[in-house]
Design a protein around this ligand. Sequence first.
Ligand SMILES: [Zn+2]
Ligand SMILES: [Zn+2]
Length: 318
Amino acid sequence: MKKKMLTMFALLSIIAVLGIPAAVNRLSPAKIQKNGTMVHMFSHSTGQVVNLSVDDYVIGVVAAEMPAEFPEEALKAQSVAARTYIIRRLTGGGVSNPIHPGADVCDDHRHYQAWISREEMKQRWGIRYYQYYFKVAMAVYSTGNEVIVYGGQLIDPVYHSSCGGAGTFSAGEVWKFDDPYLKGVPCPYDADPEPTRVAAFTLSDIKKATGEDISALPVAGPRGFFQVLEKTSGDQPKTVRIGGKVFSATTVREMLGLRSARFSMAMEDGVVKVSTLGYGHGVGMCQYGAKGMALKGKNYREILQYYYTGVEIAEGDS
Ligand SMILES: [Zn+2]
Ligand SMILES: [Zn+2]
């Protein structure tokens, strides 16, 4: 922790004298630490395993997983969640990695957390690179070694982009397991500017994805092509019928590549219009909700303790 305070102090001093670009250049390129915990990360673009300090790993994850223009307190909440994720994985007691042998994680969000390099940050942020890099790095450094614990154990800090303002799901509503700290909560300050999106599918798209030919079915009613059979506690579809088959909403999301499992379907002129609310699986921290809470003056601890029920923020080992 002391070392991080010194790093921050050094950064601030360089900025005071030379400005942000100089400060970023003084930060050595993603460094290999002789001491301290290392993250062995498989890079999908190079096919190599790179060794990163926990800080460099977390900075790349926050940059990849949350828009850098989000408020500082939201970025800090994201930093602590991303750090908890990797520390839990590293201290899990030799977790095997069947996807990438020899690596702890990779940079693909479908396997682990997304991560981007400084080069990718430059491409993504353009002229705002220095400003945003510094903002993200400060969020990471200023939260030290903090991690999220429940009952003394590191949590699985799952998060998603947006619940669309409908509130988050309990883990058990989406996956096959429940965790006491992954309970659905309302999300009154969700700041998603465009929570509802519509995607169009042809009848053959639907047939390819579900195996159901719905071309001869009515557009509405109990015999219609689509029906919600069961809802979640938050009034969202849990089980649906498409044609003659019953699916979980989560399965339909996967089959059709929908932004979320909160959807409704309508047919117009032989085209199926699927309207989705929010983006992501809907469990744990809602990032646009975190943004909204930060804009309302809540700090990162309040944000994390809101979305992860009954947790504490603890100082991890350095
Ligand atoms: Zn991977
Ligand atoms: Zn939300």
